[in-house]
Ligand binder design. Structure first.
Ligand SMILES: C[S@@+](CC[C@H](N)C(=O)[O-])C[C@H]1O[C@@H](n2cnc3c(N)ncnc32)[C@H](O)[C@@H]1O
Length: 218
């Protein structure tokens, strides 16, 4: 099975229980909130939306939001909670044609999104084709170096390791109920690979900010 199919199954297995276990902790991180301009009347595309907490906040801020995730289970939870948002099931590496028409003012994707990608070029190309001329991408995620150092910032793994990491189970939340069984596949992209993919897709880097720690919801 392809990594993306494995990941869909792994996320489907836990999304509903993760949304409950992480209630109050999901949504726009405070750094993102601060970076957002006025969203009134803006068209926003939220990629890898999960169970929709960030998309719902973007809508509360006045945006018309379309959200995409690969997991039907995540979208079922999101639709139950926020039926007025347009939730679309899809792979961000193969965005549906109707989203690639250069209509969005902002693409927001963040908080645990990059390790699930297999092909940065098609991902970046999809974002570029979704944005209107002059539109913005706001990408927020763990710094790639964070996956390679321990809590004391000592190197633990190679930053240049390009292998796929297959594993079962979750560390960023406690899963209630039966343990996870589905295998997921993650990959650690380097900062240079991410920025280069976006630049090659035609985006211009306006800012690249680094923070000492990943911040949770504001
Ligand atoms: C850590 S969650 C982040 C969700 C959301 N940003 C949040 O803060 O809760 C990663 C999300 O990526 C989704 N995902 C993984 N691979 C994907 C892909 N190829 N296309 C679209 N969504 C994908 C998963 O279903 C999951 O919802």
């Amino acid at each position: 099975m392809e990594p993306t199919d494995l990941n869909r199954r792994a996320w489907d297995e836990v999304h509903r229980r993760r949304a409950d276990a992480m209630a109050g902790r999901l949504g726009l991180p405070s750094h993102v909130r601060r970076a957002l301009a006025d969203l009134s009347g803006k068209r926003v595309l939220n990629l890898q939306s999960g169970t929709g907490e960030s998309a719902a906040e973007l809508a509360e801020l006045g945006a018309t939001v379309t959200a995409v995730d690969i997991s039907p289970e995540a979208l079922a939870v999101a639709r139950e909670r926020w039926p007025s948002i347009l939730w679309i099931e899809g792979d961000v590496q193969a965005l549906p044609r109707e989203l690639r028409r250069g209509r969005f003012d902002l693409v927001y994707t963040g908080d645990g999104v990059l390790p699930w990608l297999q092909d940065l070029a098609v991902w970046a190309g999809g974002i570029s084709s979704a944005l209107r001329s002059g539109g913005d991408l706001l990408l927020y995620d763990a710094h790639p170096v964070a996956a390679c150092v321990d809590a004391l910032m000592h190197w633990r793994d190679s930053y240049f390791d390009e292998s796929l990491h297959a594993n079962v189970g979750w560390s960023h939340f406690d899963l209630p109920g039966d343990p996870a069984r589905e295998q997921k596949v993650e990959r650690h992209w380097r900062l240079g690979q991410i920025v280069t993919a976006l630049a090659r897709a035609g985006l211009v880097v306006g800012a690249l900010e680094e923070y000492p720690e990943q911040q949770g919801k504001s």
